[in-house]
Unconditional design. Structure first.
Lengths: 164, 660
């Protein structure tokens, strides 16, 4: 990516550097950037809790967000960390708009924050934006699914695994 | 009556015993065909009357019957269940005896037991069996490590061949190009006529025998009769297996549904491999005395059909009968050609005759890989150069001088040794690590020092648990370094991605040491390391230090973690799929469980890293460490001998086929 020095650091540039939104056509990226605002997230801050209504979607620009599930007798288990470039809160654009995990900042972070209601309204209004945006979310969720499948195999377990 | 210019003689039938007595002189035992308990066997022969006079045999898929033969003829049978490997490569051999002596300083002695091997004359070796001996010679004496027991037993064998006068119902030597004519590889070759034997001489040792016999030069008529006899056998045995292009056709049929269909009939009884004159796979077992002072190491025949044959360090790689049948058939008729330059089958038909359910390889081959006017062209993988190893490779003692716990069940042991080849080992090489009365596991060296080396071991079984339990001052016997390590020179001038998981970091640590030593010649070093939980990570302090110093980029991730862990959580493939890399100049080194390596390779392919620059270690397949036992086979590779490190280009289709 080439960026002229005076524009370095704008939200649009940051979205262009994020792998999720890297391939979005420039003018669409402008539309997205206009919908978003950059927000710092302090380490330890909870972004949302499992089961909450998802009222925002965010692209992580810096730092690390942990996704956790609470397991009785085991407490909160981190099942995935979201690294810069990836999305957190995709459930804000997928009915029934409920968070599937609890998101906690594990380090001081920065996100591109999209208000869920406004984002959904923009996607409803603008078909070409929706056609550009939904595949991004789908890709991110598919990648997560793929990773989860490998995690399920528990490949580094010490146990002998018998064939079935 | 022997004329050196004459190469064929005639021995009257009545004088056959003189031949046997002549063979027996010079302290030779004669082994030949004999009928015992209603079966045709090979056994020690003291006189001509021990031979199967007037006995024939009818062989068919799944059965062999002794029948009345033709008058006084002695060699009119197709092959019996036994082959000469019973003597050249016996079913059980004691390889080493360990003794711990008492005294102020305990000492351990490892000895090869004395072998009482007598000189042998093999009487009645058929053309296909000469081919089989040659094949085993190539496998067991072709190097880089040779089977010393086999060498001792093959030494000074006198081969008295017999040209077949009848074809068995399961014979197909004409298809495999090994018979029925006996053309070379013999000291003497007999052709049986009704009134005697035409004898051809094939070596100086053969001359010495013939000189003692009341032979006459063979007449033109006798020679013509001998030729006619063997030519009738050829006519009785039509070519049933088309070998042209067979290896490629078979490899291309790796996913054929026929494998499963055969598996539904196959009992996985191992008969086919035990009667096969070329099968050479073995297992090594340990036996100890009750007082614990001595132990012995015994090698015995094994078979790729047993459920546990492919259970090696990393798990059971061929759990289904269909996998095991495919392994056997594709080895004999495809991958063997790449490994040893010939088919692994000589067409003797024993595997058909002694298959209890009568599976006929001739039919199966032609069903799975039928001859084609337009043969499949598949790219056979690049041949892996076999590493020259230090020969002979002795077991040497190594003393534990330091011990560090890495995880709940893994330790790093530092050993001292003065064995120079071991100190000069290469990153990715391994040692066989042996304690008395437990099977020696192959273990990758996790660091080389000027005065020794380190092993990082997880207690996964009896042997590794005992090694993990060693304390300072205790001794481990090691043999090595063995195997082909990481191609470190490939890293020069490139971006290097090192991707690993779990205990897989251990064999990559010497590579990292090398890369760090050569840091100024390497553009970028990225280590991506996955573990099950934060507590399962190896070398944590060391990695933290390296990352802090900016020498290498370290990205660690774990599969699951509690709230105290602030690092990455997720699979290791997702650490590398979005990193910025100059993939056109990247070389990747990977070690981990197979599925993790596959997922990693998929990501690297997406990123445009070519197969030639993706290197994996298949150390989880290793067993005996020298490539002689057969357990480590993967496609055309013996992982212990040809690897354990391979590029994907070398492995070709062998990398991703389940159960291969």
């Amino acid at each position: 990516m080439t960026t002229s020095p005076h524009r370095l650091g704008t939200l649009e540039d940051k979205l262009a550097a994020a792998w999720l939104t890297h391939g979005v056509r420039p003018h669409m990226r402008g539309v997205l950037a206009a919908l978003a605002e950059s927000r710092p997230v302090a380490a330890g801050q909870v972004l949302f809790r499992e089961g909450d209504l998802s009222d925002f979607l965010a692209v992580v620009l810096a730092g690390r967000i942990g996704l956790r599930l609470r397991v009785p007798e085991r407490g909160p288990v981190t099942i995935l960390t979201v690294e810069p470039g990836d999305v957190v809160g995709w459930s804000a654009v997928v009915p029934p708009y409920r968070a599937t995990s609890t998101a906690v900042a594990l380090a001081d972070s920065e996100v591109a924050y999209f208000n869920g209601v406004e984002l959904r309204a923009a996607l409803d209004e603008d078909d070409s934006l929706a056609a550009e945006f939904y595949p991004l979310v789908l890709r991110a969720v598919a990648r997560r699914l793929e990773g989860t499948r490998l995690q399920l195999l528990d490949l580094f377990s010490q146990r002998w695994v018998e064939p079935w | 009556m022997v004329n050196p210019n004459q190469t064929a003689y005639f021995l009257p039938r009545g004088d056959l015993d003189l031949l046997i007595q002549s063979l027996r002189s010079d302290d030779r035992d004669v082994v030949g065909p004999h009928v015992r308990d209603g079966a045709l066997v090979l056994d020690e022969i003291e006189s001509a009357t021990d031979l199967p006079v007037g006995v024939g045999a009818l062989n068919a898929p799944g059965r062999s019957n002794i029948v009345e033969g033709d008058g006084t003829r002695v060699f009119d049978q197709p092959p019996g269940a036994m082959s000469w490997k019973r003597w050249t490569f016996p079913p059980r051999v004691t390889q080493a005896v360990w003794t711990d002596s008492e005294g102020p300083i305990p000492a351990r002695q490892i000895e090869n037991p004395p072998r009482h091997i007598t000189r042998k004359a093999f009487l009645g070796v058929r053309a296909c069996e000469i081919a089989a001996l040659r094949i085993q010679d190539k496998v067991l004496m072709g190097g880089p490590v040779v089977d010393s027991d086999y060498v001792a037993r093959r030494n000074d064998n006198l081969i008295v061949a017999v040209e077949c006068a009848v074809a068995g119902g399961t014979c197909f030597c004409t298809s495999m190009g090994t018979g029925p004519e006996v053309t070379d590889g013999f000291d003497l070759a007999l052709s049986e006529l009704d009134d005697g034997f035409v004898i051809r001489v094939g070596s100086p040792a053969g001359w010495l025998i013939v000189e003692e016999l009341p032979v006459t030069p063979a007449t033109d008529g006798q020679l013509a009769d001998a030729r006619a006899s063997v030519s009738r056998v050829r006519d009785q045995m039509p070519t049933t297996v088309a070998t042209e292009g067979l290896p490629q056709q078979l490899i291309a049929a790796a996913e054929s549904p026929r494998w499963q269909q055969i598996a539904e009939r196959c009992l996985a009884c191992t008969n086919c491999t035990l009667v096969c004159p070329t099968c050479f796979c073995t297992s090594v077992s340990q036996h100890s005395d009750l007082d614990g002072r001595s132990a012995s190491t015994e090698r015995s025949w094994d078979s790729c059909f047993t459920l546990d044959f492919a259970r090696v360090a990393g798990g059971n790689f061929r759990p289904r009968t269909a996998d095991r049948y495919r392994q056997w058939l594709t080895h004999k008729f495809a991958t063997w050609t790449e490994q040893f330059g010939s088919f692994g089958c000589v067409g003797c038909g024993r595997c058909i005759t002694w298959c209890p359910v009568g599976i006929d390889v001739r039919d199966e081959l032609m069903a799975i890989a039928p001859p084609s006017a337009d043969p499949v062209r598949i790219e056979l993988p690049i041949r892996t150069p076999i590493q020259e190893q230090h020969r002979p490779m002795p077991w040497v003692p190594a003393t534990v001088i330091d011990k560090r716990r890495e995880t709940a069940d893994a330790v790093t042991l530092r050993f001292r040794t003065d064995y120079a080849p071991l100190l000069a080992g290469q990153p990715g090489q391994f040692v066989m690590a042996s304690l008395p009365a437990v099977a020696a596991p192959p273990i990758s060296v996790s660091r080389f020092h000027e005065d020794g080396f380190e092993l990082t071991i997880r207690a996964a079984g009896a042997a590794t648990a005992q090694i993990c339990a060693l304390e300072r001052g205790e001794i481990l016997s090691v043999r090595g370094p063995v195997g082909r390590g990481w191609p470190v020179e490939q890293a020069i001038g490139r971006d290097v991605m090192v991707i690993t998981g779990g205990i897989g970091l251990a064999p990559l640590r010497p590579l990292l040491d090398w890369l760090i030593a050569e840091r100024e010649h390497i553009a970028r070093i990225q280590l991506s390391y996955g573990a099950r939980t934060p507590a399962d990570r190896l070398y944590t302090d060391e990695l933290a230090k390296l990352a802090r110093g900016g020498i290498i980029e370290v990205a660690e991730t774990v599969d699951r973690a509690g709230p105290e862990w602030l690092g990455r959580v997720g699979v290791v493939t997702q650490v590398i799929d979005r990193v910025m890399c100059s993939c056109d100049r990247t070389v990747a080194f990977i070690c981990g469980p197979e599925r993790m390596m596959q997922a990693t390779v998929d990501v690297l392919h997406e990123r445009g890293v070519p197969d030639e620059r993706i290197w994996v270690t298949l150390e989880r397949h290793m067993d005996c460490g020298v490539g002689l036992c057969g357990h480590c086979q993967l496609g055309a590779k013996f992982v212990c001998k040809d690897g354990p490190v391979f590029s994907l280009a070398e492995l070709g289709p062998a990398f991703a086929i389940e159960g291969l």
